[in-house]
Design a protein around this ligand. Structure first.
Ligand SMILES: Nc1nc2c(ncn2[C@@H]2O[C@H](COP(=O)(O)OP(=O)(O)OP(=O)(O)O)[C@@H](O)[C@H]2O)c(=O)[nH]1
Length: 379
């Protein structure tokens, strides 16, 4: 799976390097439309004409924040522009060039400048980020144009029509999700900030390391112990202040954390502590869902949904990045949650699920039963 994604991404990158196009597909549940992308630095009037013939005429000009700030493109332009393709092509090339200065540029009225998040598709599932990410992967100036593919009657192309269009014009297809997984699997964006041994009550000494996401400064804590086998034990634990810290009996979190620390102290491996309280909805919302569970007899899933929150908002990108730091390609994953195993599998890390010490009590039995019945957990 990952090999196929790598191949498709490299084909797309090569196409941009040759001055050709890429078709990017949004495969999320937002409507499945697609955009054609060209590198800004090699745009020509002919390519603009091709875009205008096959797309809506809204041409978006995506760039990274450095280029946008340098050219002062954050506000809307005040100068009048022609709508001719040659004017548009010239402006795109100027905006895409690292030699252009702000004063050289007449602000574009017929192009829509968009500034990408610095973390790209790893932070935001959108065409602006996808366009700039592709330019960076192709080692081109981080600026490109994209435009929504459409039939002449303004209807959006469905997947089959899209494949025919791509084949006819020999343009590679790539989804935003594929680009996301490619970057997650091939890049390293965590920086190790510090590491020190910590003696832990009733367990023993483990090495505590703190890593930081270089884009967002988000921190990840890793408790580790050297291991002799080539398959380490790994626990990816999401923070639960009620359970982990205060010993709440409403969940199994503290049991699992202590079990993992103990086992990893004995056998070696990593506890990766992710700061995504309440399955990623935060402490305030988690406690609100507790009230719904108490007062309205809802289970842990329906309580999230009643607050218009996702059932599980967690991502495992930072855990994957930690495993990349330690060069872990396969592991024994202390977890009952198949989502964690799948997240690792998507980026080529083999994980074998090993049950992680849940303990039933009268306060958490409904919660654990819901995880078995509705979240596919193997407790
Ligand atoms: N929204 C919500 N979050 C909860 C509730 N009870 C516990 N949590 C959170 O659920 C998460 C549990 O994380 P983990 O123990 O890493 O993961 P898991 O999905 O239970 O899977 P395991 O690896 O088997 O433990 C923590 O972030 C808790 O704060 C609840 O009723 N509602």
């Amino acid at each position: 799976m990952l090999k196929k994604i790598q191949k498709r991404t490299i084909t797309a990158v090569n196409s941009l390097q040759k001055g050709q196009a890429v078709i990017m597909i949004d495969d999320s549940d937002r409507g499945n439309y697609s955009n054609i992308i060209f590198a800004g630095e090699s745009i020509t009037p002919e390519k603009i004409t091709f875009m205008l013939q096959n797309t809506s005429d809204m041409i978006y000009l995506a760039m990274d924040s450095t280029q946008a700030q340098r050219l002062n493109l954050i506000s809307n332009g005040d100068a009048k522009q022609g709508i001719f393709t040659k004017d548009r092509a010239q402006i795109i090339r100027m905006v895409s060039s690292s030699n252009t200065k702000s004063e050289d540029l007449i602000k574009p009225d017929n192009l829509f400048p968009l500034i990408a998040n610095d973390k790209g598709v790893l932070a935001k599932n959108s065409y602006t980020e996808a366009t700039v990410d592709l330019m960076k992967l192709a080692q081109l100036n981080p600026c490109g144009v994209f435009c929504k593919l459409m039939h002449k009657n303004s209807s959006i192309m469905n997947t089959d029509q899209l494949k025919i269009f791509a084949k006819t014009h020999t343009i590679p297809l790539l989804t935003i999700q594929e680009l996301y997984l490619y970057r997650l699997a091939t890049e390293k964006f965590l920086e190790k900030k510090v590491s020190t041994p910590i003696p832990i009550k009733n367990i023993g000494t483990l090495e505590m390391s703190v890593y930081q996401d270089k884009y967002t400064q988000e921190e990840v804590i890793v408790m580790s112990k050297e291991y002799r086998h080539n398959t380490p034990l790994v626990r990816i634990h999401s923070s639960c202040i009620t359970g982990d810290l205060f010993g709440s009996l409403k969940c199994d979190c503290q049991n699992q954390l202590h079990y993992a620390l103990n086992t990893i102290h004995q056998e070696g491996g990593y506890v990766i502590y992710l700061q995504q309280e309440g399955r990623g909805i935060g402490l305030i919302n988690k406690l609100k869902t507790y009230n719904l569970q108490i007062n309205q007899n809802m289970d842990t899933i329906d309580a999230n949904l009643a607050l218009n929150l996702p059932i599980d908002a967690r991502k495992y990108d930072l855990a994957i990045q930690v495993l990349k730091q330690y060069n872990v390609k396969k592991c024994k994953l202390l977890s009952n949650n198949p989502d964690k195993k799948n997240a690792l599998k998507n980026v080529g890390i083999k994980a074998q699920l090993v049950k992680c010490g849940s303990c039933f009590n009268k306060y958490n039995k409904t919660y654990l039963q819901t995880k078995i019945d509705r979240m596919n957990h193997q407790i």
